[in-house]
Ligand binder design. Sequence first.
Ligand code: NAP
Length: 253
Amino acid sequence: MRPTGRRVLVSGASRGLGRAVAQAFAANGDRVAVHYASRADEARTTLDSLPGTGHALTGGDLTDPAGAVRVADAAATALGGLDVLVNNAAVNTRHPLPDTPYDAWVAAWQQHVAVNLLATANLSHLAARRMIDQGTGGRIVNIGSRGAFRGEPDHPAYGATKAAVHALGQSLAVSLAPYGIAVASVAPGFFATERVAPRLTGPEGDAIRAQSPFGRVGTPEEIAAAVLWLASPAAEWSSGTILDLNGASHLRT
Ligand SMILES: NC(=O)c1ccc[n+]([C@@H]2O[C@H](COP(=O)([O-])OP(=O)(O)OC[C@H]3O[C@@H](n4cnc5c(N)ncnc54)[C@H](OP(=O)(O)O)[C@@H]3O)[C@@H](O)[C@H]2O)c1
């Protein structure tokens, strides 16, 4: 693994954490494929914000297995291969069981499993196969969640799929180590992105900030810095880890 000049695919980089991750890799001297699903204009803004040259844009719905192939192919073609995959794309919609009719419950679970888990598994396969064939080693970093450990009563499919993402990362860490590919996950608590801005400015904002003894939520840049490190050559021995990034708001034992 090189420390810089790597070929990096970041899923869901139209805004939020994905954008911050893309910017962190580009600032490190890496070349980034900025993936998006529906927000092409925002993804273009991400691309235009990246320092350096040789970055690319690749759109596609990752819930379609063939769409995931097209995204991975486009990224690898544009970058000339793949060294790092960051599985960041996810959905998180509210569906507390007591208030959610059965049809909506089924739909919520299907969508969360399709985006958060199956797309992560499929993109991991597509990227890792390339890394194996290249013989270069590589890194996969999954964006998990504190919710996998703390529970998500209003978003149960989100918590469950993020727990599955952590477990997937641990399994792949073992099976891909012989190929020099390290796999790790981060488990962030609340951090400020466009998606959660209404909650942070609304009536529950103070309670959310009070979850951490620092009295604030995280920033995308704080999460991105950890992702960049987990993708570094120095982090090989951290393969299999699930790194808590939650401002001491939830301490696992
Ligand atoms: N914000 C938090 O407090 C927090 C806390 C813990 C973990 N996380 C995790 O951090 C990551 C980023 O969160 P965020 O707040 O930045 O979310 P976000 O702004 O909603 O970004 C989600 C990204 O996923 C993409 N996406 C959604 N459905 C997709 C699909 N079917 N196929 C392909 N891509 C799809 C979106 O693409 P388009 O916009 O182009 O449609 C978008 O780029 C997620 O994994 C989330 O679970 C967030």
